[in-house]
Design a protein around this ligand. Structure first.
Ligand SMILES: [Zn+2]
Ligand SMILES: [Zn+2]
Length: 442
């Protein structure tokens, strides 16, 4: 019996930890988030990307049909759940299919084309957590949908991504670029690739042996040493592009030259999702932070809408992972300054009560000061004035307001400069102006 009870108690005090691969965003991270959000917002305004936010849950089928049921994202990494009503839903493993669905569902093709849309929110992928890879992370996603399949829009998405990195002081990123062709030229290239890899099947990893038939392009993506080696002599898609794809790609490069964005061609770059056609790109941080993985990536996906019941709709997009951006910013020590979410101690005042009786009046005085734009901190739950002022000291606050019974009767507050120790009684009706003047001088 006693043992039983002990067990139960043990159960009751079980301490919880965050789920593997899912991280808390802590107050210390906030300046980075704020900086990134403000840069994204400014870019969206400049380029005319309007905010859209599709739901976190979509029908799993949406991703099977678009991202591809042979892609890792769908095959291995999707969090799915069956509702009580029997629907199979998925936590979004990426933004693009949901935004494309919303575009069709809301008849956005009737609006001026292309539509430029921006989303920023949580993404879920059940993969092995490692550097730069978590199971819940945050994406900034940009999509240009509709209109014509013009290389100008491919270049524009890349340009915005490049501006985003520059805005965050992530200097000299490497931009890798490739074209993976269209329905005309890609099947021919795939056949050639299959023939090449079939001849080397015995040197491939187990996954890649399956890929030869299921998804040959992904053979170029494998990081296993044996497979990596075979890539070197694999046929290059850039030699196999049809005339339209080849012209499109050439134009993308010309537009990038026009705005002086440097790039490297990488004929092995294929991206992990099935729906891409023509342009694909990835940005990597300069130096050792390159190992964090791509910090922005995307491509064109003209056929995606067709797979979910729309017409062929030209579209191109890119995404960037916020947590990866922050990891690079931290490593490169490009900490945002002045972006803290709370006012620094030097620009705040501290309100203390001198005795329990004035505590209630302090509570309303806090409200009055905040309404007048004064950042005010307190520790009113502490009983002694000394203990309260210790908190002010810890927070680096230079001005204390002290309110006792006497001051309540006189309708004044004692304003004490905590650095010099000089204090004076200030009438409540002049208090806000007096504090603004003092804070400006700090
Ligand atoms: Zn083509
Ligand atoms: Zn492999």
């Amino acid at each position: 019996m006693a043992e039983d009870k002990k067990e139960k108690n043990k159960e009751a005090v079980r301490s919880f930890q965050a789920v593997k691969g899912m991280h808390d965003v802590l107050p210390a991270d906030e300046p980075y988030w704020e900086k990134i959000e403000s840069v994204v917002r400014a870019l969206a305004k400049d380029y005319g990307f309007a905010r859209i936010e599709p739901p976190v849950l979509e029908f799993a089928e949406l991703y099977n049909k678009t991202s591809g049921d042979t892609s890792d994202v769908v095959q291995k990494e999707m969090y799915t759940l069956k509702t009580k009503g029997g629907d199979m839903l998925a936590l979004r493993p990426e933004y693009t299919p949901g935004i494309a669905r919303a575009y069709l569902e809301h008849g956005m093709s009737r609006l001026p084309q292309p539509q430029r849309l921006l989303a920023m929110g949580r993404i879920f992928r059940h993969e092995r957590p490692q550097l730069g890879r978590a199971r819940q992370f945050t994406q900034i996603d940009l999509e240009t949908l509709g209109g014509v399949s013009d290389a100008l829009y491919d270049a524009e998405i890349i340009e915005v991504m490049s501006d985003l990195l520059a805005g965050l002081k992530i200097k000299n990123p490497t931009l890798k670029l490739n074209s993976i062709g269209c329905r005309v030229c890609r099947p021919l290239y795939k056949k050639q690739l299959q023939a090449y890899y079939r001849a080397h099947e015995k040197d491939l990893c187990d996954d890649c042996r399956v890929r030869i038939d299921a998804n040959p392009l992904r053979l170029l993506d494998c990081k296993e040493p044996g497979c990596e080696k075979l890539k070197e002599h694999a046929p290059s898609i850039l030699d196999k592009l049809c005339i339209n794809c080849s012209n499109h790609f050439k134009e993308v490069l010309e537009y990038l030259d026009e705005v002086k964005i440097p790039y490297e061609l990488d004929s092995r770059l294929v991206r992990g999702l099935d729906y891409y056609s023509r342009t694909v790109f990835e940005f990597y941080a300069d130096g050792p932070e390159a190992q964090i993985g791509a910090i922005a990536a995307g491509g064109r996906y003209d056929y995606l809408m067709e797979t979910i019941g729309g017409h062929i709709t030209p579209a191109v997009g890119g995404a960037s992972g916020v947590e990866r951006l922050i990891a690079v910013m931290r490593a490169k020590e490009t900490a945002p300054n002045g972006a803290a979410s709370t006012t620094p101690g030097s620009k705040r005042v501290f309100l203390a009560h001198a005795g329990e009786l004035s505590k209630k009046r302090c509570f309303s005085l806090l409200r009055e000061l905040r309404a007048k734009g004064i950042a005010v901190t307190e520790s009113l739950a502490k009983d002694s004035l000394g203990n309260q002022l210790k908190v002010a000291d810890k927070e680096g606050i230079g001005i204390a307001l002290i309110l006792g019974q006497k001051e309540i009767y006189e309708d004044t507050v004692i304003v004490r400069d905590l650095t010099s120790g000089i204090q004076e009684a200030v009438p409540v009706d002049r208090l806000a102006d007096d504090l603004k003047r003092r804070l400006a001088a700090k």
